[in-house]
Write a protein that binds this ligand. Sequence first.
Ligand code: DGJ
Length: 679
Amino acid sequence: MVAAAAPQWIVLHGRASSLVLEACPDEAPLWRYWGPRLPDAALPAAPLRDGRPEPTFTVQFDQPLSLAPGLGQGWFGEPALQAHRAGQGWTFQATACGVVEEPGRAKVTLTDAVAGIALTVTLALDPTSDVLTVSTILTNTGEGVLDVQWLAAAVLPLPAHARCVRSFAGRHNIEFVAVEDPLTRSQWRRENRRGLTSHDCFPGAVAFADGCAFGAQLAWSGNHLQLIDWCDDGRWQWQLGEGLMPGEVRLAPGESLQSPEVLATCAADADGVAQNFHAAVRTRMDWPGGAMRPRPVHLNTWEGLYFDHDEAALKELAEAAAQAGIERFVLDDGWFHRRNDDTSSLGDWWPDDTKYPQGLGPLAAHVTGLGMEFGLWVEPEMVNPDSELYRAHPDWALQVSGRPLITARNQLVLDMGRREVRDCLYERLAGLLSELPITYLKWDHNRDLTAAGERPSFRPQVLGTYDLLARLRAAFPAVEIEACAGGGGRIDAGLARFTHRFWTSDNIDAVSRVAIQRGFLQFLPPELMGSHVGAAPAHATGRIQKMSFRNHVALPGHFGVELDLRKLNARDLARLAEGIARYKALRDRFHAGQVWQGEAGDGLLWQAHGSAEALVLLVTRLAPQTHRHAPVLRLPMLDPARRYRVGAVIHHGAWLVQHGLELPPLPAESGLVLEVTAL
Ligand code: DGJ
């Protein structure tokens, strides 16, 4: 009797999760496990390959889920790759597999000598954050052009006990609308073709199984697709990748396509997934000087003044801002050549000489003289047909000849794939950054892409923007950048590599904002979440909220103010200054450590920042209480063996974990901030 060969496991362990693949000769490694941490001793002693009885009436070669399932070779689910060479070479099946393992990572190279294709899948599981980073490179090793329709950046397994998936939909002004779908035999699919990350479809989700949750997000700022597909053994595969248009990727012999990265994690629940994502994104951030400094309080001029830029009024506003404790003054849209409304001038990035006869220098000097930083709004990828730039270079706008140019917010999109376009933008932006004391850019993008080029250029568009951002960051390393796209249309972990803040939504209504911010925090940490105190009535909704409530909702993010301070009454101004002072006192606590979010019952929302040592607890009530008494808030993250001070009262940890904290009744649209500190 011949002894069975020992199984070849590829195993990566995180702090609380593990993944296991079975490497077999000449085929893609098979997914065996991704879930809570396993001891090495738990791995089966014998190979699992070919261990399953053959089902009736199907192929006689067992085809479990692999790292790169192929088409046409007995895998009937979604393939990881869809490509062809003028109608041929469409079946992908690895004929050789090489695995290189290093601590915490595995690089799997799959070659298909028949189709002339190579795939390299890299998996790295960070033991600290417990986040798995996966990406894939496709290389055309054959002859002739390879047309690529789909390349999964990652193929992830979900267990048969997965039940549902929470993803995020929305629109301009209402981002991060949570949608929960059951997992069934029908394929679950979320796809975005808007050319940028989109308000409508965040490129990530959280899947829930018995006793654990799985999160994944694509670090990419363009078209994307994610799907969850039922497999014949009752498990699921989750694929995420860049969405490609027909003909968008055509690889010449020897050329490669690098996928974006997928960040994925498994934890006990949605909070655990968020905490892991926050830790991973924090390690990927590129802060000026190498480390985040306390997030400065912003004044953004947009909703206070819109296009109505008057230098004297702006100086007054800056004075009021400095007096209220604001630390960074961001001059939004309306400052450049002939920009008096949204019908013209994008592309003409020099100061308007009627509004600013001596340029922006005097205003910037006034702002910095008051002890604040000076920031400037730009929208580099855009051009209005009514602009000097468009008149000089009409061919620079993305278009398809023979088709009408489709404007959105009266603007067109520049072709960021063209070097001369990027060079021109670089020169104009670098000129501003060199001439003025600008330490901050708010980088906007106010439309979806439609006919993006004669050949679809969605991908070059994203890569071109990344390239321009990288060039500017290298030349001006002290400058921070805020990513905005009509609010939260471009929020993703890919752009976070180059930027330092996201403008979460154009909707600053504090009630609307609560759900938007809770969705944001599922994937990205609070220090990147721009959160402003706006005017009452809120411009997006017309609703009126008290200043104390507006302060409360903005408090845990990167705090800012977006209203005309000169119009506030003395009481609101004093309240706002109190809010700013409270933010300054607490920001280091909000922007480090972990975040938990929950509902205590009867609509009472809570959010905790910190650790079991010390928490800042935010309790928020939106709608009136329906119970006669307020709910009790359990704090399961605390240490049951310790004692805690909450205000003037000492509680036992076990009491707070099991019974909870008694709360006072709160009126609708109000909040409470409590500090919980271990003794
Ligand atoms: C959309 C942004 O989200 C706003 O904050 C503002 O910057 C406007 N664009 C300016 O046009």
